[in-house]
Design a protein around this ligand. Structure first.
Ligand code: NAD
Length: 485
């Protein structure tokens, strides 16, 4: 069995109201293998009318779904968690095929992404309001929680499973119905996930999936509909801004998980070997195609040469190749545009005065590969330090003081993830409080955890996914005023 076998032929269609079906005019689009550009398969391409039918189905299912027992919703998620765990290898293979990441990385994503189902299976039964006496005595204040209502989820291609489960998991737990529009580059994992949720007993219409090449038209139509109550988006800041604007007319609730420009600070008192190990994870997870990817390495001048040499040696030893092949550490980037954009940032950085420690270009041959690269002495204003790289390139610059490091770390429009290596506890506390980011990793290169609130500030968006906080995004609060007994 290969990953593609997870999808029966009818599952390469649209899922609307519990039925798998073709798109309007039988339109379909191809899904490519980024390792060589070949066609893996094709899937139905939803029209705006199809997407509106998906919303009709979500709206029709909402009232009954909201009335189900929390335990019932939790059990569906728990069953789906078990099914995905049983099929983890197939999910990993499927994701590796359509997205390019190595099978080992994809297994990591399956384990991580699936945990959102287990976590929210457990949270479904802990939704509660509160009861209190009014401060002046007399009346009583009661709050109750209700599902927000039908949601639209738009997900990116870089984590095809996890970016879905961390929206779908809390929405199911809270009692919301949903329309999911997966990234057109990687729709297969979401279709397979929908099949598992059906098998786990999710009622018809609660989850509807509409792959489409007409994302802009579809989002405009659905957001213009007052029956849609919530939009949750993971993707670029540019598209996030469009969706926030589109939410204004119907005053939909919005969660935005957008781009990042994560600083990775290495102080003079850091364990340099540990910092290099953390840098490998923070930089190279998902080939650098992660919103949490370390984007700017700010290293104290006294340890910069050692850090660069050791990181260069580790990055230079990585084997680049097809994600499904044994011994491969780094798969292809998602498409040709990604290779060109990463290559341009490296060329500009060198032009601006950076030195190449290792890598520096795309290898010859088919597929969208880029050689892991370390650059030293990259000017702070070089484009590579300002923009999200989204590729396997580590630009290093130096600093002299903590104050300078923090000021430069915060000197960006983004505010998602940040990292720091230091052995000084007081400094750790100062950093946690002064770094203007939604997430701060201290002496670790891996911060994502389904039990923790993931999200950013500034141009990285708002709202949190995961943790206790994640379910609040799908709940409304009704306050009931009661007289004294
Ligand atoms: P993207 O914004 O181009 O696409 C994301 C999704 O939006 C896709 O499904 C796409 O089809 C859809 N889309 C594009 N235009 C749209 C429109 N006008 N209306 C509705 N939908 C539209 O981003 P991408 O290239 O797929 O993903 C990379 C970006 O996502 C990076 O910036 C990365 O940092 C960010 N990201 C953020 C997080 C996070 O949690 N903060 C996680 C992963 C990725």
């Amino acid at each position: 069995m290969t990953g593609l076998d997870l999808l029966s032929p009818h599952q390469r269609g649209l899922l609307i109201g519990g039925a798998w079906r073709e798109a309007d005019e039988d339109r379909r689009f191809d899904v490519l293998d980024p390792a060589d550009g070949s066609v893996l398969t094709d899937v139905a391409d939803a029209s705006v009318a199809d997407a509106v039918e998906a919303l009709d189905a979500a709206v029709a299912a909402q009232a009954d779904w909201a009335r189900t027992a929390p335990r019932e919703r939790g059990e569906i998620l728990r069953t789906a968690f078990g099914l995905i765990a049983d099929r983890a290898d197939d999910f990993a293979e499927l994701m590796s095929l359509e997205m390019g990441k190595t099978v080992a990385e994809a297994k990591g994503e399956v384990a991580y992404g699936n945990e959102f189902f287990r976590w929210y299976a457990e949270e479904a039964v802990r939704i509660h309001g509160r009861w209190m006496q009014a401060p002046a005595g007399g009346s009583r204040l009661l709050t109750i929680k209700k599902p927000v209502g039908p949601c639209l989820f738009i997900t990116p291609w870089n984590f095809p499973l996890a970016m879905g489960t961390r929206k779908i998991g809390p929405a199911i737990a809270a009692g919301c119905t949903m329309v999911v529009k997966p990234a057109e580059l990687t729709p297969l994992t979401m279709l397979a996930l929908a099949g598992v949720l059906e098998e786990a007993g999710l009622p018809a219409g609660v989850l509807n999936v509409v792959p489409t090449t007409r994302a802009a038209e579809v989002s405009r139509a659905l957001q213009g509909d007052d029956r849609l109550r919530k939009v949750s988006f993971t993707g670029s800041t540019a598209v996030g801004k469009v969706l926030v604007r589109q939410s204004a007319d119907q005053l939909q609730r919005v969660s935005m998980e957008l781009g990042g420009n994560a600083p990775f600070l290495v102080f003079e008192d850091a364990d340099v070997d540990a910092a290099v190990a953390g840098a490998m994870v923070a930089k190279m997870r998902n080939m650098g195609e992660a919103c949490t990817a370390a984007n700017r390495f700010l290293v104290h001048s006294s340890v910069a040469a050692e850090f660069a040499e050791k990181l260069g040696a580790r990055m230079g030893a990585l084997r680049v190749g097809r994600g499904q092949d044994d011994g491969v550490d780094v798969g292809p980037l998602i498409d040709e545009k990604a290779v060109e954009s990463v290559g341009q940032l490296v060329t500009d950085a060198v032009h601006d005065g950076a030195t190449v420690v290792t890598g520096g270009s795309a290898p010859d041959g088919p597929g969208y590969f880029f050689t892991p690269t370390v650059l030293l002495d990259v000017p702070a204003d070089s484009a590579i330090n300002v923009q999200e790289i989204f590729g396997p390139v580590a630009p290093i610059t130096t600093f002299e003081t903590e104050e300078e490091a923090v000021a430069r770390a915060n000197d960006t429009e983004y505010g998602l993830a940040s990292y720091a290596y230091t052995r000084d506890l007081s400094r750790t506390i100062r950093l946690a409080e002064s770094l203007d980011y939604g997430m701060v990793g201290i002496n670790t290169g891996l911060i994502s955890n389904p039990a923790a609130p993931f999200g950013g500030v500034k141009a990285s968006g708002f709202g949190r996914e995961g943790g206790f906080e994640g379910i609040e995004e799908y709940l409304e609060t009704t306050y009931v005023a009661l007289p004294a007994g």
